[in-house]
Design a protein around this ligand. Sequence first.
Ligand code: SF4
Length: 469
Amino acid sequence: MTATVSGPPADQAPSARRGSYWITTFGCQMNKADSERMAGILEAMGYRPGSDEHTADLVLYNTCTIRDNAEQKVYSYLGRQARRKRINPALTLVVAGCVAQQEGESLLRRVPELDLVMGPQHANRLEALLTRVENGQQVVATEEHHILEDITAARRDSAVCAWVNVIYGCNEHCTYCVVPAVRGREQSRRPEAIRAEMAELAARGFREITLLGQNIDAYGRDLPGITSEGRRAHTLTDLLHAVHDVRGIERIRFATSHPRYFTDRLIDACADLPRVCEHFHIPFQSGDDEVLRAMARGYTVERYRRIIDRIRDRIPDAAISADVIVAFPGETDTQYRRTLDLIEAIGFDQVNTAAYSPRPGTPAADWPDQLPEAVKVERLREINALVEKVAGQRSARYLGRREQVLAEGLNPRDPSQLMGRTRTNRLTFFAADPGDGRLHRPGDLVDVVIEAVRPFSLSGRPLGRGEVR
Ligand code: SF4
């Protein structure tokens, strides 16, 4: 039951408080997708996008608690808004996302000016919750909740690429991770609902879809049905086959994978389905088996390497990206060096790096062998340098190649250029005008001859329409 903390009874007519809104999003793609949907709901309610957070009538912070610094950031933002609210009580102040879920009512004690505290599972219920606020109530919505299929059109940041949630939450127990506690248990969407959303997006001109899940390989585990061969009826592989032929969608991506559940069947589907892009995001977190055991990740380094080898057998040019944590409690220098060795051995196109950050309520946070900050800083510095070196080596293979790039928008640094990504997810910049005066536009699939490479991006010359190199 959503808590009503204070205010008059619900039946009083709401006052017309629908001015401008501002959303600041912290954290992962799941949060970005939630913010797009909440923006869509606010606009359907009659709010209009504000120009900045200091003048908006409704301010919503969609928060992240994956690391302490992400959590602390929101309190400084809230401090400023609380001062605004004391001067202008008509301001509506909302905290959504993972800090809201983690802290719940205690956030109201810390920031009494807040109107609404809502967990990620309640994103689609924003209108109902704000209606209670408009009736003068202070609302906390953090109870476990079955996520409703949301019909409101999300207000998407891109007009070309869109996120589509396929599974919410996570049932894993990685000892460092706060996600299961703040995003709840796995809830898979029905394949028909996902396909319908993709078709609606295609009709609006979107060309690329990224299917999203904290642990996307768990897709369908909670949906009923067993095939005649005795396996789950709904898996990510089945979903890719089910949505592959949505007219207008040229590219399909998915994230985030889990090595524990990654299957050969999935690799074969990615190799055989032409619209599925040749990029895999598979966090490995550590290159040492003992550390992986302490993290409760459920796989070994050997198993991880076998997955990558299998991918490269079927898709030799596939791009591999990952996430890694350094300085996990008790991680010795030798164990850390195994992580560096794995990065060199695999040759990752990109690795998102982070130093271990103890999170409230997670097992590892209470372990005695926490490493000093200085070790965290040094290991992070060293691993970032290695990741950049290896990414540079990987980027070198593009030089002189002709790559298909989906133009996503103008290069903010040079408006005569477009920017987009290769099928292998490498950011690429190129001139909008191929020289025949027929400009390329966002949404175009453009063949680009790569003329310059950098560790994490490329530049090149676009071929004109019908030009054959
Ligand atoms: S798989 Fe592990 S790291 Fe990923 S969201 Fe779930 S608990 Fe967190």
